[in-house]
Design a protein around this ligand. Sequence first.
Ligand code: PEP
Ligand code: MN
Length: 342
Amino acid sequence: MVILLNSSVLPEHINKLKQELEYYGLSIWPTYCKCQNVIGILGDTSKIDRDYLLSKPYVDKVLSVQEPYKKANRKFHPKNTVISVGSQTIGGNQLAIIAGPCSVESYKQIIDIACQVKASGAGFLRGGAFKPRSSPYSFQGMQQEGLEFLKIAREATGLPIVSEIMSVKQLEKHHKDIDIIQIGARNMQNFDLLKATGQLDKPILLKRGLSATIEELLMSAEYIMAGGNENVILCERGIRTFEPYTRNTLDLSAVLAIKRLSHLPIIVDPSHGSGLWWMVESLAKAAIAVGADGVIIEVHGDPQNAMCDGQQSIKPERFASLMHSLRRIACIESRTIKESTL
Ligand code: PEP
Ligand code: MN
């Protein structure tokens, strides 16, 4: 970190600042010259509040020369993190294919879809029981009953379940039921929820916020990791831009950026990323080609009558044919997709 000082700075200010920073184990390197006084700070500056430094009248600018996330940073952990869930891994050579409906709608619906996506080669079953909806009048999910159906689907297929938790209260009550806990885009900066998931020993699927930068996503991962839970899977699910044609703008370049900046696995959600079912297959293929560690795809037996996100859900038959394409792309990219055991 570098601090640029203005001409009002006095030697006693610098001495006081030095003492404050040394308290955090940092060393300071002042450089004085007529036009600009500069202080270089060496050490782990993650505990230093930039705004606190900027509040001092003699400080002009505070420049970060290192990323503010440490545990999520590839610099300090060069090897890819590989997360194991049952017989599957996420972040290694094997691709994670997560498929299922946006929401659990009935016992039959989730069991049927679970069997179909499993037969096509999905490694995980997705399904929302607690749904974050823009309108309070829209279907809010089957809640606890939905989770019970998901557990039965897991029993029937052996697929680990991925489901969203929206609050600390829900987390306390239901974390044991879910294999990968999803933190949705709207909750990416729900810091209490992030801290609470940091206390668990369970994979967390952290989706990128609607308007979050890559650094903000990594800082949210850092919250979870700082609590001791290093099993974080990141998810690019599109961001809000000026373009209204698609529901969101899928930022595939974020996959490349995150691979460079972090060792954490990153998967792509082409369903929420586009909001259009006919784009989902092509975007899923592009995601694997660009180096994502997997995809999460909404699949529904009757999209036109889905209770949530039918417009972006593909039918099981299309998912089956997509899996053939994904296997071929995986092969070109020297990745693998586990064969279905059905
Ligand atoms: C979902 O996965 O169904 C969902 C609501 O996702 P997001 O948080 O990315 O909108
Ligand atoms: Mn959805």
